[in-house]
Ligand binder design. Structure first.
Ligand code: DCP
Ligand code: CA
Ligand code: CA
Length: 363
């Protein structure tokens, strides 16, 4: 039976939740932000609606810069993580009810293998995808984009190109025609670094990547990634979808734009990674009892700090604790510059059934 996979990605997730909650926001730029404390504007943008994106605003950007780019009549809102987690769970439950194998990829993305449910029939899968979109909308008021394909990668790329509120199917015989004109960056796993290497080799599209000799691919990327790219662009990638085992810890690390020993700069980046890690933690139904700071210095030394926290400690308090750790790390070494910074949540405890802890709630 031919494998049929759906990829579901909620459109401008956090910002759209805020629009649904307050429909008067729909006509203006909306950005949802993690405020990292200290000054009123320090922190980063988590999610921006399409009106805000028109001004060049996007996730990861500092709140200060976003405010400079946006007109006066814009909504700059704080994240309400527990609300997004609750809605994410509702969406995943809706998707699960269609009976496929569901692999939750992040707070707003899931891969669903529906091969058995539709008996390998792509037309039936398209109808199922359309039903799923409607059910998600009926239950949450949110639009999502769905890709249908013979594997999760093609399905994800199809969902991406169909955004927002899209539905796109790519049949097995259409895969190479669909992928070849796209920029190499369309492929998951091809980030700016890989894009740059390829560009220097004169390769811009997936078609050009496909024309490359496998041996060259392997030399540049190593066996694992080369094989992945090779199979995907040839249309023969066929990875089975299995549900993910629960995580033992959740960590996230980021490289700073420049090496720094400015606490506020570091906190800016930490606000970004903490919100992403917290979202992952919560959407898996966990609270952490340990909080760790990871610092990689300009001389590539790795320093860590860890402390016990009360499970369910809020985002604001989490950032305050991390700030103290950062200050301590700087205090120990006046020549230390930070190159990368990250957070680790561990000592995870399952949040039991209906108990609603006030995890990462807005204050
Ligand atoms: N997120 C975040 N910080 C980031 C990136 C994302 O907190 N640097 C959060 C907010 C997003 C959610 O994760 O709403 C989902 O991330 P996506 O990358 O899917 O972004 P959006 O859903 O906002 O946009 P799109 O419509 O492009 O999917
Ligand atoms: Ca999304
Ligand atoms: Ca996403």
């Amino acid at each position: 039976m031919a494998r049929v996979v759906l990829f579901v990605d909620l459109d401008y997730f956090f910002a759209q939740v805020e629009e649904v909650n307050n429909p008067s926001l729909k006509t203006m730029p909306v950005v949802v932000c993690v405020f990292s404390g200290r000054t009123m504007d320090s922190g980063v943008v988590s999610s921006a609606n399409y009106l805000a994106r028109r001004y060049g605003v996007k996730a990861g950007m500092s709140i200060k810069l976003a405010k400079r780019l946006l007109p006066q009549e814009s909504a700059v809102l704080p994240v309400r993580m527990s609300r997004y987690v609750e809605i994410s769970r509702t969406v995943m439950d809706v998707l699960r009810s269609f009976g496929g194998v569901l692999r939750v990829e992040s707070i707003d993305e899931a891969v669903m293998d529906v091969t058995r449910v539709v008996g390998g029939d792509f037309d039936a899968a398209y109808r199922l995808a359309s039903d799923a979109k409607r059910r998600v909308f009926d239950e949450t008021g949110l639009t999502c984009s769905v890709g249908v394909g013979p594997n999760w990668v093609v399905a994800k790329v199809a969902a991406d190109v169909s955004k927002p509120n899209g539905l796109k199917m790519v049949r097995p015989e259409e895969v190479t025609d669909f992928l070849h004109p796209l920029a190499v960056k369309a492929l998951p796993g091809v980030g700016s670094k890989t894009e740059k290497i390829l560009s220097e080799m004169g390769i811009k599209t997936l078609g050009e990547l496909d024309a490359l000799n496998y041996e060259v691919l392997e030399k540049v990327f190593g066996t694992k990634k080369a094989l992945f790219i090779h199979q995907v662009v040839k249309g023969v990638f066929d990875e089975a979808i299995v549900e993910r085992p629960p995580p033992k810890q959740v960590s996230k690390i980021i490289t700073l734009k420049r090496n720094t020993r400015d606490v506020d700069d570091v906190m800016q980046s930490l606000a970004n990674v903490v919100s992403q890690a917290a979202a992952k933690l919560e959407s898996n139904g966990y609270a952490a009892s340990k909080l760790g700071l990871i610092v990689i210095t300009s001389t590539i030394r790795t320093l860590t700090r860890q402390t016990e926290i009360r499970p369910g400690t809020g985002l604001d308090e989490t950032l305050r604790i991390l700030r103290r750790m950062v200050e301590e790390v700087f205090g120990d070494d006046e020549n230390l510059y930070v190159r990368r910074v990250g957070v680790r949540f561990s000592g995870l405890q399952k949040l039991s059934g209906q108990t609603k802890l006030n995890v990462f709630t807005e204050s």
